[in-house]
Design a protein around this ligand. Structure first.
Ligand SMILES: Cc1cc2nc3c(=O)[nH]c(=O)nc-3n(C[C@H](O)[C@H](O)[C@H](O)COP(=O)(O)O)c2cc1C
Length: 271
C-alpha cells in the first residue's frame, strides 16, 4: 500500500544554518525512513514579518485589522496545510530567539482563537549549555494553547568542544522525539486533552462568553465554533477524563465570577 506523504513545516527561529538546522536535518532523515515526507523550512529571518505594534486590534477586532501588511496571513496558511509543525529555535538569553518571539507575538490572537487541533507539533531547541528546559516549556504552552497536539520535544546541547558522548546523547533525544512525532502523524484521532488543556478551555470560555462588547472578535469566534454551548466539554469532540471535566467545571464557575466582577467594576483610574 502506498503511504501518504506527510507535510512537515519547520518554523525556523535560528538566523543561520547552524546547530538548530542540523538537528532539524537529523529529524528529517529519521522521518523519511518512516513515510514519504515533504519537509519545508520557513526561515523567519527571511520572511516579511514585522514586529507587533501593540495595538491589540487583532485580539478585539480580528487579525484582519492588524496594521502590519506583511506575510503573516501567508505564514498562517502554511501552518494550516501542514500535517506537522516543528517549532525550532536556538536558546538566546534563556528564551527563544528574537525572530521566534516576533513570530509568536504576531500570532498571539491564536491564543484567544485556537485553531490547529488537527496538527501535531514537535518542539526543538538548541542551547550552548543552559535553557533548553525552560524554553521547551514555553514553546509547549504556546503550541498547546494554539491547539496543536504536542508530539515530541527535544533539547540539544551544542557548546564546543562537543564530546562524542554528547553527540550520541543529542542523536538519541532527536530519535526519541522523532519516533513520537511519527507515531502521532500516523494516528488519525487526536489524543484526549490533559487537565491543563481542559482548564484552558474552561477558563477561556468563562471569559469570552462575557466579552461580546469588550472583545467582539473573540466572542464571535467562540460562538461560531459552538464552544459557548455549556454542553461542549472541549474544543474538539474527543473523550475528556471525567475528573478533568469536573475540575474544569469548577474552574469555569470561579473564572466566570471573577470576569463578571471585573466587568461590573469597570475601568479603574490607571487604565
Ligand atoms: C545572542 C545569543 C544568546 C545565547 N544565549 C544562550 C543562553 O541563554 N543559553 C545557552 O545555553 N546558550 C546560549 N547561546 C548559545 C546558542 O543557544 C547555541 O549556540 C545554539 O545552538 C545556536 O544555534 P544555531 O547554531 O542554530 O545558531 C546564545 C547564543 C547567542 C548568539
Amino acid at each position: 500500500m502506498k503511504m501518504e506523504t506527510k507535510k512537515i513545516l519547520v518554523i525556523m527561529g535560528s538566523p543561520r544554518k547552524g546547530s538548530t538546522f542540523r538537528a532539524c536535518e537529523e529529524l528529517r532523515g529519521i522521518l523519511e525512513q518512516e513515510f514519504p515526507v515533504e519537509f519545508e523550512y520557513l526561515w523567519l529571518k527571511d520572511v516579511n514579518l514585522q514586529p507587533c505594534k501593540g495595538c491589540l486590534a487583532c485580539f478585539s477586532q480580528g487579525e484582519d485589522r492588524c496594521p502590519n501588511r506583511d506575510d503573516a496571513p501567508l505564514i498562517e496558511q502554511k501552518m494550516h496545510v501542514a500535517d506537522g509543525v516543528v517549532f525550532a529555535t536556538p536558546v538566546y538569553g534563556m528564551n527563544v530567539s528574537g525572530q521566534m518571539k516576533t513570530f509568536i507575538d504576531r500570532f498571539s490572537y491564536i491564543f484567544h482563537r485556537p485553531r490547529f487541533f488537527d496538527k501535531k507539533a514537535l518542539l526543538l531547541t538548541t542551547a550552548g549549555v543552559l535553557g533548553n528546559e525552560d524554553v521547551l516549556k514555553y514553546l509547549d504552552t504556546v503550541a498547546r494553547i494554539w491547539g496543536f497536539e504536542i508530539a515530541g520535544t527535544t533539547g540539544i546541547l551544542t557548546a564546543t568542544p562537543l564530546p562524542q558522548y554528547r553527540i550520541d546523547e543529542n542523536r538519541k533525544v532527536i530519535a526519541s522525539a522523532a519516533g513520537e512525532f511519527a507515531a502521532a502523524l500516523r494516528r488519525p484521532v487526536r489524543r484526549s486533552p490533559g487537565l491543563y488543556d481542559v482548564m484552558i478551555f474552561r477558563g477561556q470560555r468563562a471569559a469570552f462568553a462575557q466579552l461580546e462588547d469588550v472583545s467582539p472578535a473573540d466572542f464571535r469566534y467562540w460562538k461560531a465554533k459552538g464552544w459557548l454551548d455549556g454542553r461542549v466539554k472541549y474544543f474538539v469532540d474527543v473523550p475528556v477524563n471525567p475528573l478533568y471535566h469536573a475540575i474544569g467545571m469548577v474552574v469555569e464557575w470561579f473564572s466566570k465570577r471573577e470576569v463578571q466582577k471585573d466587568l461590573e467594576l469597570g475601568p479603574g483610574e490607571m487604565s
